[in-house]
Design a protein around this ligand. Structure first.
Ligand code: CP3
Length: 350
């Protein structure tokens, strides 16, 4: 059967649409009471990510309520280190904790596990398959992974960090070792995304949440180069599966990311000015960038911010999203209002 690609897929590929597509990073999560109820039935967050029945249910929850144009697989970027055998726990109220990678032996242990890595993450691919069967006709499924640099920050710091001193110092003092870690992550991440597409993912997003903390030379080396390798490999294998790169905090280096990575679309954080974003659209589709705080606050401030984004960007290649994930304090009614505004928008040609 040959069917036309879904609206969201075409939007990411650069088709300008009368009614912009939208989805929200962290659209499935703690702000939804039904997420909290499902989460309570799992042993922990890692268990939740590896239970296809629960992960499928959670992926579909925001789609049922708000009808986004795309669902994003419910999982986490830290499932790759977990698959590579690094000990991972999510402690209540504290975020992720990992046994930090500090030396060559740590990197070698990860490399040794590349062989059995995909089997360990098997339940994730089953979730992709199940979600596909449960989606409305024109709703696309986004697969994802963390970009190597961002995942490496958690692996070396042992969790979330304030100053990234450990990972930055390792990269500066032992670039050969750090390069090796990045290479292992490029290989694992590519294989992981390939399997997601084989299981049914129709678009992919690479989350590079901490790209923006790097100085320019290291930004090129540790963020852009590895992302570019992953994109090139996936592009060769799956020319029709579009890829979104989200290098949060890139500032003016967004222009460099647009030119270099080879992605179909760039995810923009809240700090990106709309006129700069409009300039990027001459080169690449953009996705973003409503402030998650505005979404949590709601009311006229939220509505004005949504309309300013639509006014500026919906006339070009664009997908509406936030500049970062939905925060747990967000009232679901605000998301419903956002959906209503975006869905009823019809772009006027100037
Ligand atoms: O977007 C989605 O709805 C899909 C699922 C998804 C999650 N995490 C679920 C999650 C995705 C795409 C991610 C990506 C992710 N995970 C990123 C990149 C994007 C970003 O937010 O910057 C990062 C850096 C992580 C790592 C991570 N996972 C952290 C630092 C934390 C703890 C902080 C927090 O928000 O709790 C998580 C946990 C996590 N991942 C939760 C969810 C729903 C909350 C876990 C819970 O229910 O207790």
């Amino acid at each position: 059967m040959h069917t036309q690609p879904k609206s969201f897929v075409r939007a990411i590929q650069g088709e300008v649409q009368a009614r912009p597509c939208f989805w929200l990073m962290r659209q499935a999560g703690r702000y939804l009471p039904e997420y909290r109820a499902t989460r309570a039935t799992a042993k922990g967050f890692v268990d939740l990510c590896l239970r296809p029945d629960l992960a499928t249910e959670i992926t579909l929850q925001p789609i049922r309520r708000f009808g986004m144009d795309a669902a994003i697989l419910f999982s986490d970027i830290l499932m790759v280190p977990h698959g590579l055998g690094q000990k991972l726990d999510f402690l209540e109220g504290e975020g992720p904790k990992l046994d930090p990678i500090v030396d060559a032996a740590g990197v070698a242990a990860l490399e040794k596990n590349l062989g059995g890595f995909l089997e360990k993450l098997g339940p994730v691919f089953e979730t992709v398959d199940r979600v596909k069967a449960g989606l409305p006709l024109d709703t696309a499924l986004i697969g994802f992974a963390g970009a190597p640099w961002t995942v490496a920050t958690y692996m070396v710091e042992g969790g979330t960090s304030k100053d990234f001193a450990k990972v930055r110092m390792l990269a500066c003092r032992e670039p050969v070792l750090f390069e090796k870690l990045i290479e292992v992550l490029v290989e694992a991440t590519t294989a992981y995304l390939v399997r997601q597409v084989e299981a049914g993912a129709e678009a992919l997003q690479l989350f590079d949440t901490w790209a923006g903390i790097l100085p320019e030379d290291e930004y090129r080396r540790w963020a852009i180069e590895p992302a570019k390798e992953i994109v090139a490999d996936l592009r060769t294998r799956f020319p029709s599966v579009p890829i979104i790169y989200f290098p949060k905090g890139s500032g003016s280096l967004y222009a460099y990311a647009a030119a270099e990575v080879g992605a179909d679309a760039l995810g923009l954080d809240t700090a990106v000015p709309l006129d700069f974003a409009k300039g990027l659209q001459r080169q690449i589709a953009v996705q973003g960038n409503l402030d998650p705080i505005k979404l949590a606050v709601g009311g006229a401030q939220m509505e004005d911010a949504i309309r300013r984004i639509l006014e500026a960007l919906a006339g070009g290649p664009f997908v509406f999203n936030l500049g970062h994930g939905v925060i747990p304090q967000t009232p679901p009614e605000n998301v419903a209002r956002l959906a209503e505004i975006v869905r009823s928008w019809r772009h006027r040609k100037n």
